[in-house]
Design a protein around this ligand. Structure first.
Ligand code: ASP
Length: 592
């Protein structure tokens, strides 16, 4: 028998019992006549004691050979511990070992298997099996598993069925590049891995499954910015005969349930914010509403001419950092300005106005504006004594984005972004299309299957170019603490409208037919009105656990270059495989 108990289980009640435990050696302390060893498994740590006076010499010598991460089985008696450890649940007892089996030896691990490890990211990924033994990693994966179970439980009760959709498919555009897989049997042809099961779930609606979900892998070949993974998991959902309102309520319900059952957190009703308001007040379509600090614009009436930068700016907009006037010396402001001027943000400068406790006003542009004017700004921002305005100016869209970064940074510095203070909301009424100046093309803001709002359908079918920019969609995102947790839309279910959308997105009739003919065809056979959404499952895990990185919730993540460091993928393939696939490599010279 390998074990009668696990390593997290034994308590004072068990004192006197004979037990068998198996696990890994966390560490040993050799006092010469006595040895203490921590034995670990996924349930906890139990202290073993080898006592020279009690055990046979051979056993004691064998215990001395135990290194970190050896796998052992021990038999012994549960005894009360002399010096108790209040930090672990088994801290009142220890096992006086009478039998020791070394089940497997271990090399010295390249990093310590403890809560705080000394291993760097790549090293931990290369030896992922060792990293997986660490408690924080295990806890994340247990949480992920629980979240999946509860998701299935809730949606099943609500009448959703889980359907698997294929992985070898044809492009489903979600705005990224496809990963492609060559077909040996159809030479010169390729499958694409799904960026999402979007078209299949819509087809399922045409097939009459009015409530679908799937916890599913999606693949997107994007340049890997921090915390993107080329493969990630969605809770993907679709419903028929529903309005946007029905969908928002259903998935607000799911989210509330998950927070309650997995975290014992009662979420408030989710407020709704339009996309326009989100951009105007926060400069972001995923505002972090754990704190206020909303944008305030200064208009012509607030800006008597004199300061050329503001006079010529398309937008002058700022935030009020409450209580910060006394916190920022000139040097601090300079540093903050440089931070804003880094290429990642690209602000030209940063203007401050301090409303000091003594009633005086100090500003970097004090020589251009009188105190009366600055006081008028203060009123507009709702500033009190001790507050500091931070103001940016320039081209509208850019300036809002930059101020969003500054607002988030100030929120962090001021301690207003507590990870366990959950503030969800729905952002609604997204634009249908986005105009790309560089390519002179429209892109779908959500994806090409998203429906315009009913009142905009007519304008979409008959309007001119400018009209298209103003079309609104029945598209929505769920945002929690500044993170986009999920998003979706009501779909187009009418063939002509879908064709029109492809047309606007720059597909020729032939291209649309070749790529999406199956969907357009399905729309001719009684497609019901439908809509849905998908949650980023990895991200939901991370946000619920108050962590930033989705990588820590994926058992086998890839690094920033999209590599799996453990199995060393991607990797070259054999020449025969190329031959079979009729593919010739044509690498740029420096990579060949
Ligand atoms: N397929 C969409 C996505 O991956 C979600 C949806 O519209 O339901 O973002």
């Amino acid at each position: 028998m390998y074990r009668t108990h696990n390593c997290g289980e034994l308590r004072m009640e068990n004192v006197g019992e004979e037990v068998v435990l198996s696990g890994w050696v966390q560490k040993s302390r050799d006092l010469g006549y006595m040895m203490y060893t921590d034995l670990r498994d996924r349930y906890g740590i139990t202290q073993l004691i080898f006592n020279e006076q009690v055990t046979e010499k051979e056993l004691f010598e064998s215990a001395r050979t135990l290194g970190r991460e050896y796998v052992v089985r021990v038999k012994g008696k549960v005894i009360e511990r002399q010096s108790k450890n209040p930090n672990i649940p088994t801290g009142n007892i220890e096992i006086e070992v009478t039998d020791l089996d070394i089940l497997n030896a271990s090399k010295v691990p390249p990093f310590t298997i403890e809560d705080d490890t000394d291993g760097g990211d790549d090293l931990r990924m290369k030896y992922r099996y060792l990293d997986l033994r660490r408690k924080p990693v295990q806890e994340n994966l247990f949480f992920r598993s629980q979240l999946a179970v509860e998701t299935r439980s809730y949606l099943s009760k609500e009448g959703f069925i889980e359907v698997e959709t294929p992985v070898l498919i044809k492009s489903t555009p979600e705005g990224a590049r496809d990963f492609v897989v060559p077909s040996r049997m159809n030479k010169g042809q390729f499958y694409a891995l799904p960026q999402s099961p979007q078209t299949f779930k819509q087809i399922l609606m045409v097939g009459g499954f009015d409530k679908y979900f799937q916890i599913v892998k999606c693949f997107r070949d994007e340049d890997l910015r921090a915390d993107r993974q080329p493969e990630f998991t969605q809770i993907d959902c679709e419903m028929s005969f529903v309005t946007q309102e029905d969908i928002l309520n259903t998935f607000e319900g799911l989210t509330r349930y998950l927070f309650k059952t997995c975290l014992d957190v009662e979420l408030p009703q989710f407020p709704r914010m339009t996309y326009d308001d989100a951009m105007r007040l926060y400069g972001s379509d995923k505002p972090d509403v754990r704190f206020g600090m909303q944008f305030v614009e200064l208009g012509k009436e607030d800006l008597p001419e004199g300061f050329p930068v503001f006079d010529s700016a398309e937008l002058v907009v700022g935030i009020n950092a409450e209580g910060q006037a006394g916190e920022y010396s000139n040097k601090d402001i300079k540093k903050l300005t440089s931070w804003m001027q880094r290429p990642q943000i690209g602000a030209k400068g940063l203007v401050y106005v301090k409303f000091n406790e003594d009633g005086s006003i100090k500003s970097s542009i004090g020589k251009f504006y009188s105190d009366e004017v600055l006081a008028q700004w203060g009123e507009k921002f709702g500033a009190k004594k001790g507050d500091m305005l931070l103001i940016l100016s320039g081209e509208e869209e850019k300036t809002r984005k930059q101020l969003n970064e500054l607002r988030l940074e100030m929120g962090s510095r001021m301690g207003l972004r507590k990870p366990d203070d959950y503030k969800p909301l729905w952002v609604v009424d997204f634009p249908l299309l986005e105009w790309d100046e560089d390519t002179e093309r429209f892109h779908a803001m959500h994806h090409p299957f998203t429906s315009p709002k009913k009142e905009d359908v007519e304008r979409m079918l008959n309007g001119d170019h400018e009209t298209m920019k103003a079309l609104r969609a029945d598209a929505y995102d769920m945002v929690i603490n500044g993170v986009e947790i999920g998003g979706g839309s009501i779909r187009i279910h009418d063939r002509d409208l879908q064709s029109k959308n492809f047309d606007l997105l720059g597909f020729t009739k032939e291209e649309a037919e070749a790529q999406f003919g199956f969907l357009l065809g399905a729309f001719e056979y009684g497609a019901p009105p439908h809509g849905g959404l998908a949650f980023g499952f990895d991200r939901l895990c991370a946000v619920m656990m108050g962590q930033n990185s989705i990588r820590d919730f994926i058992a086998f993540p890839k690094n920033n270059q999209g590599r799996d460091m453990m199995i060393d993928a991607p990797s070259p393939i054999h020449d025969e495989q190329f031959d079979e696939l009729c593919i010739q490599l044509n690498l740029p010279e420096e990579e060949a």
